[in-house]
Write a protein that binds this ligand. Sequence first.
Ligand code: TAP
Length: 520
Amino acid sequence: MFSRTRTTALKSNSFARNLLRLYSQAPLRVPITLPNGLTYEQPTGLFINGEFVASKQKKTFDVINPSTEEKITTVYKAMEDDVDTAVAAAKKAFETKWSIAEPEDRARALFNLADLVEKNQETLAAIESMDNGKSLFCSRGDVALVSKYLRSCGGWADKLNGNVIDTGKDHFTYSIKEPLGVCGQIIPWNFPLLMWSWKIGPALATGNTVVLKPAETTPLSALFASQLCQEAGIPAGVVNILPGSGRVVGERLSAHPDVKKIAFTGSTATGRHIMKVAADTVKKVTLELGGKSPNIVFADADLDKAVKNIAFGIFFNSGEVCCAGSRIYIQDTVYEEVLKKLKEYTETLKVGDPFNEKVFQGAQTSDKQLHKILDYVNVAKSEGARLVTGGERYGDKGYFVKPTIFADVKEDMRIVKEEVFGPIVTVSKFSTVDEVIAMANDSQYGLAAGIHTNDINKAINVSNRVKAGTVWVNTYNNFHQNVPFGGFGQSGIGREMGDAALSNYTQVKSVRIAIDKPIR
Ligand code: TAP
């Protein structure tokens, strides 16, 4: 727009600097044609107090399509001063609108939001596939769960009853559940829209307001969906969305004195750090962190079904799943047979363009993640694990990795101990129930576990003994909006979904009224 000499001259005074800034300001909405031909308008500003606005310092960042490595658009980047503005808006909305709204009005707004997500499901799924790289098959599943979950939260909004507590005849005692206030919510890039719903759903149902930070890699679906909040009748300031970096926005939210709770999903290392930062202001903290989940196949299982489940357990969502069944344990008598079937089945899974309806596994979400995964392939090889299939990049454009199986691993190898967060699975052999339980539980994590058996006694016994927040029997990665999800050990604190999620967003107030004997 300006020549170089003209630009230099303009920089020489502050009026000109502001003018230059105005000219270089990115738009707040851009028309986007999705790879499947759908067109839509993408908001690119920060969503504060019901409006899309530029960040105060006018900083921006580019959003990349991981399947093509091309830029999709530019989004405004929030900084600390934007966090303060958003928190102030959320605090005002909490005090003047949402915490005092009739419960049935909160319910209706969440039902409306669920309906609007459904109405926009194809656009939302396509945005997610473009931004995250996951196959349309995966994105459509996410969006379906988003609307079901928001509707479920709407159902809770007017049923948050307290208790009447029997403390004898001289007192009338009851407890009620109150919202916390402004909740800071920090979400990762593997399920951007689903995590948006898991965070805002229970917070809004219970009367809180939120400032949510999507991952810098994948901000688009949360920005698009936030405009649906307004259409649904959720007042301005109740939901605020701040794209920006974890080290700036996430950090400020975690430390902010007016933020009463932090809900975080992401890596265990960042979760630990957030807990420390939040300690200074004694915030409630819930963490949904990493995992290295065991998936056990007993010889008595329906082996063909088990093979499909263990493959789905790891390769679903390109392996970028906190509860991925990334450690497979196969009973010795069927070890070679199941491994052979798993290899054959895995090699039928189509990898590539997420918009190709036949594709099961799309791209990894970022260049950083691609290289992390390929580094782990080298680690596994150098540790002596046997590569059964995959183990390399797929194509040379886009962040694709072939579904990868390493067999005959030893339990102390890094590839067995550390979360890779990609389509890589290890396979070990076991002979007895005690042995496999010891192997399954030998992990700092405890997010999920899978058991494949036709023996109900074995299924229940092993479920009882395995250390995990969720156990799937003859299925895997099988979520339901009413079923609590969360981790043991280093996999986190607190639960998402079901009634368990609501307690993360409420505090109990007890009221005790002394009853005097009436005189007459
Ligand atoms: P994280 O650092 O955990 O990122 C998750 C979220 O936390 C992002 O929104 C991130 O912001 C934010 N964040 C980063 N530093 C923060 C801080 N100091 N304070 C507050 N928020 C902060 O994960 P990552 O770096 O993207 O990925 C690293 C590894 O973590 C992956 O390879 C994978 O193994 C694991 N991971 C696990 C999960 C789950 S669900 N268990 C999810 C994602 C990643 P930015 O936008 O700046 O990144």
